[in-house]
Design a binder for this molecule. Structure first.
Ligand code: GUN
Length: 300
């Protein structure tokens, strides 16, 4: 193996530590940072993600307000809850776990979250600003923000680099591309209709894999020395494991590690960063709500 393995757990740990300290300072000024989590239905993966987010809140000194709702919840009921949370001064951030059941229009729900509480950064106001020169988003989506943080801390040059993003979802691919562009990379977004994908990925100094297919990225698709960030979390059957499966990323890890300059593992790469950045966004939202820390750059 020649690639340097980027330890996301370690980077996330230091971010949680910073958040804890800042949350304590806010508490001493009478502000308790608060995050509302909304989970509709009982998808096991979503349930475990939300559980991990609430545990991080507890560890970092952030109050968590959890709203588990049945899968049959109507869009109207969900929108009513979001309006209430938007008006609640104890709630600084609102996170609606995605995906939502098919009968609920995801975009309508995201639009109902006030942009200053949109700690996921998915509101069109925040996502739009992320792509606009001269504008500041109030929040950048957590997973792509974590990807950029890992690249920075691994001292991967971004400005002028050729970056290829596999996937165009609003959770990862699109905002990751916008963040890379903001940092002056030359960015290509690939998706299911992209022709001759290996020829495109092979050009990448930075390759972000976010398609959700196990072992999709092979060594032949990677430029020697490239920085490869694997955002995929895929379950593959494994009878040796008690739970019957193990988690793997979008990259054929062993083979890609022979070619890449640096690479994130799954688990232990981007995953822990998503939650760390969510805590950071929530803290920022609480700081902005504090009159003592008024900074016009932080407000619309
Ligand atoms: N589902 C998968 N990733 C995410 C995320 O970052 N935020 C929300 N709200 N839902 C998700």
């Amino acid at each position: 193996m020649s690639a340097k393995i980027i330890d996301g757990k370690e980077v996330a740990r230091s971010i949680h530590e910073e958040v804890r300290k800042e949350a304590e300072k806010l508490r001493s000024r009478g502000i308790i940072p608060g995050l509302a989590t909304v989970l509709v239905g009982d998808d096991p993966a979503s349930r475990s993600y939300v559980k991990a987010k609430r545990k991080a809140c507890e560890e970092d000194g952030i109050q968590s307000f959890h709203h588990p709702l049945p899968a049959e919840t109507s869009q109207k009921e969900l929108l009513t809850l979001i309006t209430q949370l938007g008006e609640d001064p104890k709630v600084h951030g609102i996170l609606v776990q995605l995906p939502l059941p098919a009968h609920i229009e995801e975009n309508a729900v995201i639009r109902a979250i006030p942009p200053h509480k949109d700690v996921d950064g998915f509101h069109p106001e925040n996502l739009g600003r992320l792509g606009l020169k001269g504008e500041e988003a109030l929040f950048a989506p957590c997973t792509p923000a974590g990807v950029l943080e890992l690249l920075m801390r691994a001292e991967v040059p971004v400005s002028g680099a050729r970056a290829v993003v596999l996937g165009r979802s609003k959770i990862v691919g699109l905002p990751a591309a916008l963040l890379l562009l903001r940092n002056d990379a030359t960015v290509t977004i690939c998706h299911s209709r992209t022709k001759d994908l290996p020829a495109v990925t092979k050009e990448a100094d930075i390759l972000i894999a976010a398609i959700g297919r196990a072992n999709f990225v092979t060594a032949e698709m990677v430029k020697p020395g490239a920085a490869v960030i694997d955002v995929g979390v895929n379950r593959v059957e494994d009878s040796r494991k008690k739970r019957g499966y193990r988690l793997v990323g979008d990259c054929d890890f062993e083979a890609v590690a022979e070619v890449a300059g640096c690479l994130t593992p799954v688990p232990g790469g981007v995953g822990p960063m998503t939650i760390a950045m969510l805590m950071k966004n929530t803290l920022r939202a609480a700081e902005r709500a504090s009159p003592q820390s008024f900074d016009p750059r932080n407000h619309l």
